[in-house]
Design a protein. Sequence first.
Length: 602
Amino acid sequence: MITKNINKFLTVGLVCCCATATLSSCEDLFEPALENNQDISEMYNLPEFARGIIDNAFLVLPYDESPTTDVATDDAVSNDNDNNYKKMATGSWTSQNNPMNQWETRYHAIQYCNLFLERCDDVQWDYSSESLNQMHKDLYKGQALALRGLHFFYLLRAHCGKVNGEMMGLPIHLASEEGSSDFNQPRNTFKECIDQILADFDEALKYVPAEYGDVSLSGVPAKYTSIGGTDDEYNRAFGDLQRGKIDGRMIAAFKAQVALFAASPAYASAGAMTYERAAQYAAASLANIGGVAGMDPDGWHWYANTSYIENYKFTDPDPAEICWRGNVGNSTSFEENNYPPSLYGNGRVNPTQNLVDAFPMANGYPISNGASGYDAANPYANRDPRLKTYILVNGETQGAKSVVINTAADNTETLDGLNRENGKSTKTGYYLRKLLRSDVNLNPKAEKRHFGARIRYTEIFLDYAEAANEAQGPKANVGGANYSAYDVIKAIRQRAGVGGDNDPYLEECAQSQDKMRELIRNERRLELCFENHRFWDLRRWNANLTEAARGASITTNGDTGVLSYQYINVENRDYKDYMIYCPIPYSETLKWSNLLQNDGWQ
């Protein structure tokens, strides 16, 4: 039944492409041919149909480059009362009402991959050349293997958990299913799942190049030249036009992500991964850009490099910061959602005081440290430059006309002030800046190009730093790297203008694994804020999920004009201890007796 439904779904695209021709014939309106339910065997002689199967696995990747899940953490709240992540964070999360659910979509994508892998060797990809036929076969097989591993990772992250105290994974599907298949499968162990994901990635590396791009004949691998392959053929299969698809660099990053996830405190009891191995995987990924020396100096604000973005062509190599680019195109959706209301935005994502307080002073010390020089009466002065780059604080400018934004509670001139209008104004005293272009004008609407990022190398640097510190401490070179966790954090802070040349607070943390752990986690929080990491990081760390989201109520003394800052509780978080792990859908556990729910969930 699953196969039949997928076949029908896949043919919709082919039908739509011919819609005009089809509707021009009256008799077709009454013919069964209009339904065009092609059998899966059609893929053998129709490479477009075969590619459609694997393309569907690409299309349903769970990448949303808007900062949605952050509003379910201590980093942000939403001013939209109907936001599902807001409801989840404030006590409405159940196995029947789960915004984090990945079950159906990920398993459907895995079904696409399995259908494809079982048949791709028999597809006639190209009739003109056996060498080009083999190249296309390798290209799409590698993509399918990598996608199966990636979809299963996202499924595992969203639904693994403890059953009777034992860390468990999910059913592994390595073959396509049909109506007669046995769907009542027990859960595989967590370690078996991690091993299978990494095995898929390793197998994919046999087929895809390290990086797509046009080459001369000397760059064509011997396995293709030995069967008559030419540079023109290789460039058709693996050249510039393939940029953006999964390649060896991306797979190396996937492995680093999976390894750190599996080694983390919430999953370590399964024995699936060590921090040494996780550091090794991250180091292997970073070797593709030359390690710390290859860190992009502009990587911390890649989304605002407007000159590069405007001139970018899809066949261009990506900037050094980007391992896997996301959507690239003209839009105003981020700005419409998150600009303040005076700039015709909806102010949706409101950063919290919790996150603001996590940014250190420019000298590198936390604001709670006596050596920081923090001035509570002037709280945004001399701070880490990333603060005002990522968060719109009171008195700063935004928009194409550099309008000063007043977020004060006593602002009566615009709707930008604290809680001025429900569903429009900030609830925390802050608006979002990160990921937005500050040169967008919403009235009249003028679209600008945006460059999305699915994986940034900064994330992999932070993966390495965390794993290396946990494995051997702050200053050890781990996993074949010629740099340490300390070296990574120093480079990240220096490029953002934090800590100066000596960075005394970093030097202090470098004397203690525990203090370095705290600093690494905080740097991760800052660098990756609003990129949908915080929700998952808190859970894999077994960290506190219930810290209330706070904000700033700013008022002005009428006589002196001096601003007063009062910190307020904005939104309580209502997570139970077992919510470190997400649930399996309730409907699935009802249907299948062998599929056991995670502890604590109904």
